[in-house]
Design a binder for this molecule. Structure first.
Ligand code: SF4
Ligand code: SF4
Length: 348
């Protein structure tokens, strides 16, 4: 924690982050927001004994980074929060669902604890030879959004993209919860090397962030980046629908991927922007382990986002299966970007 002290003391307690934090908007009290968490992190770094209240507050951060965008002092509260979670674990303060996530991944290699095949979504056999580009499907697409995984692969396959022989969780769920993801990073990295690939393509914002920040040695692209540069080679047909686009936090605010998904959408149908978009986009509520640990809070944040959807759009398009699931669960009609592309190509 001490290595984050410099970040922590940069917080001038101005409270600007209180106006944007989606968790504070729902829970309404100081320690549910970035400023309060910075105070708790300061306490921890100064040797204050951890409490259950501290753990609950620190675990309720979706790591959306809306506070980072807003902070005039250049503080990164979500980075400090993650470090504080790690510190709490080292002091024996670990929530049951953090342990559950660890067990799921240790037992099955995926964040759902699903013991079935990771590639049961494949509607036709995968290309197994070595290739330059890998499609890393991720846990949620592999086990919960199988049609999206299949559509993504079928869009990418003509470009010579193949799958890892033994893909496992990218490690993002562990990392965000303050746990160690080194073994997963080592395993997936060795799989990429074995395939001889120089680029990993992902369809999930969490996987993207994890690969980009923690997997050295190869390029990482979101499918929107890969496809936006190859649009003339994809047989897209115009669709008579209008959609809005939800920027996933870990794709947009964290890595600045705003234009590529929009370029693809505008080649397919009408795009109507939300009032808050790009770096001001609202969080879906699913990240940072909050969907697992506090589903009620997660749902309330998604409901707040629902109020911002422009009228008369047919779909909210997003490019992350976690956003897809969290927004769908509160009744929003969501479409993954890959499914929109597949719909436009017009194959079943
Ligand atoms: S906006 Fe930045 S400086 Fe202001 S209270 Fe929040 S974290 Fe601290
Ligand atoms: S990262 Fe998001 S949820 Fe966490 S403190 Fe900042 S604004 Fe709030």
């Amino acid at each position: 924690m001490k290595e984050h002290l410099q970040d922590i003391v940069k917080c001038v307690r101005c409270g600007r982050c209180r106006t944007v934090c989606p968790v504070q908007k729902v829970l309404g009290w100081e320690f549910a927001g970035a400023r309060g968490r910075m105070q708790m992190a300061l306490g921890l770094a100064s040797g204050l004994a951890p409490t259950e209240g501290m753990l609950n507050s620190l675990l309720n951060c979706t790591t959306c980074q809306q506070c980072v965008t807003e902070c005039p002092a250049g503080v990164d509260p979500q980075k400090v929060t993650r470090a504080a979670r790690h510190k709490l674990i080292s002091l024996g303060q670990i929530a049951p669902y953090q342990k559950e996530m660890l067990n799921r991944i240790q037992d099955t290699g995926n964040s759902l604890g699903d013991k079935s095949s990771r590639t049961s979504w494949l509607s036709k056999p995968a290309v197994s030879e070595q290739c330059e580009f890998i499609y890393f499907a991720g846990c949620l697409a592999s086990y919960r959004e199988k049609n999206t995984a299949d559509a993504t692969y079928r869009i990418l396959e003509p470009f010579g993209v193949c799958l890892l022989q033994d893909e496992r969780c990218c490690g993002s769920p562990l990392f965000r919860l303050g746990l160690d993801a080194k073994d997963l990073i080592k395993h997936n990295s060795s799989q990429v090397e074995k395939a001889g690939a120089h680029t990993v393509i992902v369809g999930c914002a969490g996987c993207y962030s994890m690969f980009k920040e923690h997997y050295p040695g190869f390029n990482v692209l979101h499918i929107s980046e890969f496809l936006a540069d190859r649009l003339e080679k994809i047989p897209l047909k115009k669709l008579d629908i209008s959609v809005t686009y939800h920027d996933p936090c870990h794709l947009g605010r964290t890595h600045g991927i705003y234009d590529a998904p929009r370029k693809i959408i505008e080649n397919i149908c009408t795009l109507v922007e939300m009032e808050d978009s790009r770096d001001k986009a609202n969080c879906c509520g699913g990240g940072g382990g909050v969907r697992l640990g506090n589903p009620e809070l997660s749902g309330s944040i998604a409901e707040n986002l629902a109020d911002k959807i422009p009228e008369n759009v047919d779909y909210v398009v997003t490019s992350c299966p976690l956003c897809y699931r969290n927004l769908s669960d509160v009744g929003i009609t969501v479409l993954d970007l890959a499914d929109l592309i597949w719909m436009s190509i017009g194959e079943d």
